[in-house]
Write a protein that binds this ligand. Structure first.
Ligand code: GRF
Length: 202
């Protein structure tokens, strides 16, 4: 079974969706670790309730991003982690983690990338007046919400959508799409081509 670490910073509804899918037998992976840069985040409570080990840390206690990532990398290697799942982890990842995990680290973003990367993607989409938005799952490179796209799902923006109503629908799509993509990766159905850019799905 593929050994997975989830990285999150806040609420953790995607973490919960993954853990629930595993518990209910809909997803055949083993969630071995939650990595969290905010020790008081709600996702930490979710992990404790689910019996998932937590690696919580305070970035300020480290001299640099690279330094705490080296600490994380050592923990991932000690636990034999094969796939990193970023789920609302609000930090840029450096080459310390990107290099050893390239093609084995994924992120989910609440827009149809490359539109609206960065924070508040849902607000950005509403402010722009686009009529269609969605969710993207992609491999992680060194950029902000960049990297080879694995899967996308579109949804219509309704005229009366507020940020809250749209965010609710987007999160429902996220929970379903992320579980589906993680399942496909663990089944060996998703491959990052040697050029490091294209993703093929079997
Ligand atoms: C999600 O919308 C995800 O796309 C973005 O951060 C949010 C995390 O939500 N990267 P949650 O913490 O999983 O509820």
């Amino acid at each position: 079974m593929m050994r997975v670490a989830v990285f999150a910073s806040g609420n953790g509804s995607n973490f919960q969706a993954i853990v629930n899918a595993v518990k209910e037998g809909r997803l055949d992976v083993s969630v071995e670790l939650l990595v969290c840069d905010k020790p008081k985040a709600y996702v930490v409570e979710r992990a404790q309730a689910a019996g998932v080990p937590v690696l919580a840390f305070r970035p300020k206690e480290y001299a640099s991003r690279e330094e705490y990532e080296r600490m994380i990398l050592a923990e991932l290697q000690a636990r034999g982690i094969e796939l990193i799942v970023l789920a609302g982890y609000m930090r840029i990842i450096t080459s310390v983690l990107v290099e050893p995990y390239y093609g084995r680290m994924i992120n989910i973003h609440p827009s149809l990338l490359p539109s609206f990367p960065g924070v508040d993607a849902i607000g950005q989409a509403l402010a722009h007046g686009v009529k269609v938005t969605g969710v993207t799952v992609h491999f992680v490179d060194g950029g902000m919400d960049s990297g080879p796209i694995i899967a996308q799902q579109a949804l219509d923006i309704q005229v009366d959508d507020s940020k809250d109503t749209l965010a609710t629908r987007i999160q429902e799509v996220e929970h379903e799409l992320y579980v589906k993509v993680i399942g496909m990766i663990s089944a060996g159905r998703i491959k990052l081509e040697p050029d490091g850019l294209r993703v093929t799905v079997k």
